[in-house]
Design a protein around this ligand. Structure first.
Ligand SMILES: [Cu+2]
Length: 440
């Protein structure tokens, strides 16, 4: 069970740490294994404030693969010329698009930046979480995800490039970043470039995602809910809010926004967790809907006017302890804003049971769910103009943020929160707040 008081998102489970102040996080690791990351959760500060936590297998157990000779974390990140917080504030004030990043980095270095160029990876990897081995020569990783990859250094001694670039988005940086992987020894051939799937290669993206399966073994069992108590169907959408005299920088002078089920999340003035725990009214409402307010051709190109403008609110979904949940995320093309949304849920990992393109069909699509060995993750990429389904058991009492892990979408309101109520015992109830609760 995780400790909601140390979960981090500002105004959801704590107030931000003010300059000069400090806050001690009390993290309880239980079943996690492999690489996790920690990061700041205030505006876009995670761009620079982040790090890795590596959880080794429990004493007496091993990784489900050959013990690697060496291991090190690799961070893929965006780099901005200028003060990231200033860029964010300016964009939010003006209501328009955010500046795209100026480069991508691998462990903080931009490497050889290639703009819009062709590039090329040598088959040398095994992707795993606690997953079945998957031999691949590329990986697709969403913002917010971590992945443990085993590289077999079995090529001719030389130096090789590893390279990374973005999957195509509405607005995205189309550069490619590189780092060198060097074998020890003497060689002087020019490093060769890997074959990276092209920006818009959604087939490559899907085939990688489909290949990831849980071990579902005796040592690493899974517990995917086979029956569901609460179904949620959640549209993931761009929106625009009219401005006085069309004076904003968004489409037709509007202010860009984003939403889940057409509710654009408004950051409250104190954290939801504290308000819930201390029963302070006026901070949030409990009416986040289980389905979109309007049904339309979500992935089409013509939209009724009423889906462009979102409803603003700090709405949460209250869930009884131990409810078996299913969420189906439906991407929309409102404002031509279809893209792959990495949806991230705090406090849980969920089972990714299915996905597809177009509009989810609640009769036929569930028949294709993987309820045998679905991957257990805390972030899934909802396919562009498609849907993705997850299941989990709400057995972690607390307040848990759910949001798109693309910072600009999250800043525009593509967020909501769950309140999972206490169970009947102490061990199934929220821990008491820490003594040094951060002031708002
Ligand atoms: Cu998004």
């Amino acid at each position: 069970m995780e400790n909601p008081w140390s979960d981090g998102p500002e105004y959801v489970t704590q107030c931000p740490i003010k300059p000069g102040a400090n806050f001690t996080y009390d993290i309880i690791l239980s079943t996690e294994e492999g690489t996790l990351w920690w990061h700041a959760h205030s505006d876009w500060s995670r761009a620079t404030v982040h790090g890795a936590i590596i959880v080794y297998p429990k004493n007496g157990t091993n990784y489900p693969f050959t013990q690697p000779d060496d291991q090190f974390p690799i961070f893929l990140a965006s780099w901005f010329k200028g003060d990231v917080m200033e860029i964010v504030e300016t964009a939010l004030d003006d209501g328009g698009e955010f500046n795209i990043s100026d480069a991508f980095t691998i462990n903080g270095q931009t490497g050889n930046v290639l703009h819009g160029g062709k590039s090329h990876l040598h088959p040398c990897g095994n992707g795993w979480g606690l997953y079945q081995a998957l031999e691949t020569d590329y990986i697709l990783i969403s913002p917010g995800q971590t992945m443990d990859v085993l590289i077999k250094a079995n090529q001719t001694p030389n130096h090789y490039y590893m390279a990374a670039r973005a999957l195509e988005g509405v607005v995205y940086n189309n550069s490619t970043t590189t780092a060198l992987v060097k074998y020890s020894g003497n060689y002087n051939a020019a490093p060769s470039f890997p074959d990276l799937p092209y920006y818009n290669d959604t087939d490559a993206a899907e085939s990688f995602v489909d290949g990831i399966r849980s071990l579902a073994s005796e040592e690493h069992p899974i517990d995917v809910p086979q029956t569901v108590d609460t179904h949620m169907y959640i549209t993931v959408s761009m929106n625009a809010i009219p401005c006085i005299n069309n004076s904003c920088d968004g489409p037709n002078g509007s202010r860009l926004a984003a939403s889940l089920n057409n509710i654009s999340f408004q950051t409250p003035s104190m954290d939801i967790l504290q308000a819930y725990y201390k029963q302070i009214g006026g901070v949030f409402t409990t009416d986040f809907p289980d389905e979109p307010p309007y049904y339309y051709n979500f992935t089409g190109s013509d939209f009724p006017d009423n889906v462009l403008i979102p409803t603003l609110g700090t709405r949460v979904r209250v869930v009884e302890y131990n409810t078996s949940m299913e969420m189906v995320f439906q991407g929309t093309n409102v404002l031509d804003g279809a893209e792959n949304h990495p949806m991230h849920l705090h406090g849980f990992s969920f089972y990714f049971v299915g996905s597809g393109y177009g509009i989810f069909n609640n009769e036929t699509d569930p028949k294709s769910y993987n309820l045998v060995d679905p991957p257990e993750v805390n972030t899934i990429g909802v396919p562009k103009n498609g849907w993705a389904a997850v299941r989990f058991r709400a057995d972690n009492p607390g307040v848990w943020f759910m949001h798109c892990h693309l910072d600009r979408h999250s800043s525009w309101g593509m967020d909501m929160a769950f309140i999972v109520k206490n169970g009947t015992t102490n061990s199934t109830s929220i821990l008491p707040p820490p003594r040094n609760l951060n002031p708002c």
